[in-house]
Design a protein around this ligand. Structure first.
Ligand code: ATP
Ligand code: MG
Length: 251
């Protein structure tokens, strides 16, 4: 199919979605996928129709968080149907649904961009209030393609308080701005740790506060490092986790 035909298909699919928000960081392992899942759950609980697209082709982790690794999507005349999450009926799509357990996808950048565009064109999200896109780490092919093909309402940057993370997230902020994509704010993950026995709070730095100030961004949420959250993520029960760090945040 010709490139511009595919772009036109993507445009028509995206037209039916009111708001499209990507979760990004630049840095790996800071909690992008966890934040993407928690934000999707927050919005679904508010009564919105939500889709969650795992755009991390090399390290998909959304199905694991929702305990859906073994699910398979169905095809319909409209395209590939997302799989519904158990509790909040979030419409989820991930390459993990198509690849056998433990098998790595070994693709170079151009191939990833091609498959990403196919997903954007053929996944049948239907009408959505929100599509949340979980980006892979880095500022490479996937974020570039998403920003080019999807008319994003904005990106949310996930950072940790550490200075080292801040310097990498800064690159991602600059990349988004260069691509004319709005940065909606920063979610600081692993923000602090509160000892469940003595109540003492340990903080790990001010990197994201300084970053927010430097770029005039708001801190949308601060999420603590928490054993319960980690356990719920690992056991595929993120929908059962009861805390909502986004409170009244409606992007
Ligand atoms: N606030 C938290 N408290 C405890 N554990 C957390 C927290 N946030 C994330 N984790 C855990 O840290 C690990 C990494 O999180 P996650 O997969 O969301 O990061 P990521 O930025 O998406 O990683 P990648 O760059 O590989 O895509 C996961 O095992 C997750 O369960
Ligand atoms: Mg991830």
């Amino acid at each position: 199919m010709a490139e511009d035909e595919l772009s036109e298909m993507i445009r028509r699919k995206m037209e039916k979605i009111k708001k499209k928000i990507a979760i990004m960081s630049g840095k790996g392992g800071v909690g992008k996928s966890t934040v993407a899942a928690l934000l999707s759950i927050h919005l679904a609980k508010k009564g919105f129709t939500v889709g969650l697209f795992d755009a991390d082709f090399l390290g998909p982790s959304i199905p694991k968080l929702f305990g859906m690794e073994r699910k398979k999507p169905l095809s319909s005349i409209e395209g590939i149907e997302p799989v519904l999450s158990t509790k909040h009926a979030i419409r989820i799509m991930s390459i993990q649904f198509m690849t056998p357990d433990g098998i790595a996808v070994i693709w170079r950048g151009p191939m990833i961009s091609k498959v990403l565009r196919d997903y954007l064109a053929y996944v049948s999200w239907g009408r959505l209030d929100y599509l949340i896109i979980d980006m892979p780490p880095g500022t490479g092919d996937v974020p570039i393609t998403v920003m080019q093909e999807v008319n994003l309402d904005g990106v949310i940057m996930v950072a940790t308080p550490h200075d080292l993370t801040a310097s990498i997230v800064e690159r991602a902020i600059n990349m988004a701005r260069t691509m004319n994509t709005d940065v909606l704010g920063i979610v600081e993950n692993m923000s602090y740790y509160q000892c469940p026995e003595c109540g003492r709070v340990a903080r790990f730095g001010k990197g994201s506060d300084l970053l927010a100030k430097k770029y005039g961004l708001k801190i949308i949420a601060k999420i603590p490092l928490e054993e319960k959250l980690s356990t719920f993520c690992d056991s595929g029960l993120i929908e059962e986790y009861d805390k909502d760090f986004f409170e009244n945040f409606i992007p």
